[in-house]
Design a protein around this ligand. Structure first.
Ligand code: PGA
Length: 304
């Protein structure tokens, strides 16, 4: 069989997304290019690999078998890359780092210091949502991940390295802005601007209110911290955000932190990697650097 790694990559993307269109978007290819690769693979294998169930594209039995082997091949390739990386040593290696969107408020600061110390290391930073981070860990396509909620369904090492306090933010002219010791239940009268499903911040916020039996009113939903902050500034509601995201707004008094009982909600940031992964010298150096110095370099200003 003449199967190329590229065909396997396209095949996996279709299987994971259950859609040719979404696979094409993920791979930055056109939809016909994706269909063509799958068609060639089917010709090579001599069996259909996908069937349609309603709108979903699902693998046939042959497709499921191929998926299993394709994943094993890609894992082995990633491992091979790890081995080669570890032979390169710290001055020539590369580091693939992936972070949750909120982490991106401080990740560049960490990388700047790290890069100064190790100018020979090639750095790649992906900023993405939690679901993708978990997928990247699972497929071993990343060295280290910085995130708020380590996955339970992938075997990983997770070490907390810095506080991530969540606070309630409001525009400065909000009626609650000057009140002290606001009872949590008073927030049930307020509308909240929400992050998207899958955001760690949103998960934590929902858990906080659920644990206290407080039902909040959901307002608009936004996929970016920047959009949430703009919405709060424009009076569309309150929100709960990581303190890391609002340094500038606090300095310029465009947003204020409300003094609500139970806040700041103290969370942690975690450094996560696959258990048993052979970390390259570059990745080990970054792990040690984060353990020892991230909090000093990037801790948010203290509140509460
Ligand atoms: P997020 O941040 O809300 O940008 O996903 C991750 C987290 O806080 O767990």
């Amino acid at each position: 069989m003449h199967i190329s790694l590229r065909q396997l990559r396209v095949f996996e993307a279709v299987a994971q997304n259950h859609s040719y269109t979404r696979a094409a978007e993920e791979l930055h290819l056109s939809q016909p290019a994706v269909s063509m690769q799958v068609k060639q693979l089917e010709d090579e294998v001599g069996l259909p690999l996908f069937e349609r169930l309603g709108k979903k594209v699902v693998p046939t039995e042959a497709g499921r078998e191929l998926y299993h082997y394709s994943r094993a091949i890609n894992r082995s390739l990633a491992e091979l890359e790890d081995v080669m990386e570890s032979l390169k040593g710290i001055n020539r290696g590369s580091l693939r780092l992936a972070v949750a969107s909120t982490v991106n408020y401080f990740a560049p600061r960490l990388l700047a210091v790290f890069q100064q110390r190790h100018p020979g290391i090639g750095l790649r930073l992906d900023v993405t949502n939690r679901e993708m981070l978990v997928q990247m860990l699972d497929s071993n396509s990343v060295d280290l991940v910085l995130m708020g909620v380590p996955p339970k369904n992938v075997d990983v090492e997770a070490e907390a390295f810095m506080d991530n306090p969540l606070v309630v933010v409001a525009p400065p002219d909000h009626p609650l802005a000057n009140e002290r010791n606001i009872l949590t239940k008073r927030l049930s009268d307020e509308v909240f601007v929400m992050r998207e499903e899958g955001s760690g911040t949103r998960k934590a916020m929902e858990r906080f209110f659920a644990e206290r039996g407080v039902e909040i009113r959901h307002g608009m939903q936004m996929t970016r911290n920047e959009a949430v902050k703009q919405a709060v500034r424009s009076g569309l509601g309150l929100s709960v955000v990581s303190l890391h995201t609002i340094e500038l707004e606090l300095e310029t008094r465009r947003l204020v932190i409300l003094d609500v009982e139970g806040f700041p909600d103290r969370r942690q940031w975690y450094l996560v990697y696959r258990r048993g992964k052979r970390l390259s010298p570059a990745a080990s150096a970054f792990r040690d650097f984060v353990r020892a110095e991230a909090a000093r370099i990037a801790a948010p200003i203290a509140v509460g």
